[in-house]
Design a protein around this ligand. Structure first.
Ligand code: 5GP
Ligand code: MG
Length: 186
C-alpha cells in the first residue's frame, strides 16, 4: 500500500519506502562489520518488526538465523516500572549466541530494556539492538541502540509494520496518522 492509497488517513510522511531501504542498507553494512562469522540469531519482536526483519535479513550478506518473540507491555512510565509479559517465547536457546534484537520502533524503551535484561539472563554471548525508528523519549531512558535507522518526532506513526488497531501495517512507508481515524472508531 502506498501513501496515496491511504488517502487522507495519513497527514504527513515521516519516512518513505526509499529512505527505509537506504537506512536498512546502512544498518546492514554496520551489522556485517560487527557480526561476520558469528552467525547471529536475529530476534524479531512481533508483530511490528516483521517488515524490518524481512528486509534487513535479506539485505545482509552474512549467515544469520531468525527467531521471534511476542510481548505485551503495561505501564510506560519509567524504565524500571515497566511490566512486560511474554506472549510467545523464543524457540531457540540463547546460550553462547550472538543475539541481534530487531525492533520497529523504540519509544519509552520499556520493552527493549526488559528484553535486554531477560536475554542477558539466558546466557547470550552478546546482545545487540537494531531498530528502524527511535522517538525522543527513548533517549531520556538511555536504551542502547547499536544500529538505528531514523530518529523521528514524538507523534503516533503507522506503516511498515506499525499499526493502528491492526491497520496500516502494509503501508510501504511510515507516516503520521490522521487523528480523525481514532475518533471515527473505525
Ligand atoms: P516502548 O516499550 O519503547 O515504549 O514501545 C514499544 C512499542 O510501542 C513498539 O514496539 C510499538 O508497538 C509501540 N509504539 C510506540 N510508538 C508507536 C507509534 O508511533 N506507532 C505505533 N503504531 N506503535 C508505537
Ligand atoms: Mg515493537
Amino acid at each position: 500500500m502506498d501513501f496515496e492509497d491511504a488517502g487522507s488517513d495519513i497527514v504527513s510522511v515521516v519516512v518513505t519506502a526509499e529512505q527505509i531501504a537506504e537506512g536498512l542498507a546502512r544498518m546492514a553494512r554496520e551489522i556485517e562489520a560487527d557480526l561476520s562469522g558469528k552467525r547471529p540469531l536475529m530476534v524479531g519482536v512481533l508483530k511490528g518488526a516483521v517488515m524490518v526483519m524481512a528486509d534487513l535479513a535479506r539485505e545482509l550478506t552474512i549467515d544469520v538465523e531468525m527467531d521471534w518473540m511476542a510481548v505485551s507491555s503495561y505501564g510506560r512510565s519509567t524504565k524500571s516500572s515497566g511490566v512486560v509479559r511474554i506472549l510467545k517465547d523464543l524457540d531457540s536457546s540463547l546460550e553462547g549466541r550472538h543475539v541481534l534484537i530487531v525492533e520497529d520502533i523504540v519509544d519509552s524503551g520499556v520493552t527493549l530494556s526488559w528484553l535486554l535484561e531477560n536475554f542477558a539472563s539466558r546466557g547470550a554471548a552478546s546482545i545487540r539492538v537494531a531498530s528502524l525508528l527511535r522517538k525522543p523519549d527513548a533517549m531520556s531512558v538511555d536504551v542502547p541502540i547499536d544500529y538505528l535507522g531514523f530518529d523521528i518526532p514524538n507523534e503516533f506513526v503507522v506503516g511498515y509494520g506499525l499499526d493502528f488497531a491492526e491497520r496500516y501495517r502494509n503501508l510501504k512507508g511510515v507516516g503520521v496518522l490522521n487523528p480523525s481515524v481514532y475518533s471515527d472508531g473505525a
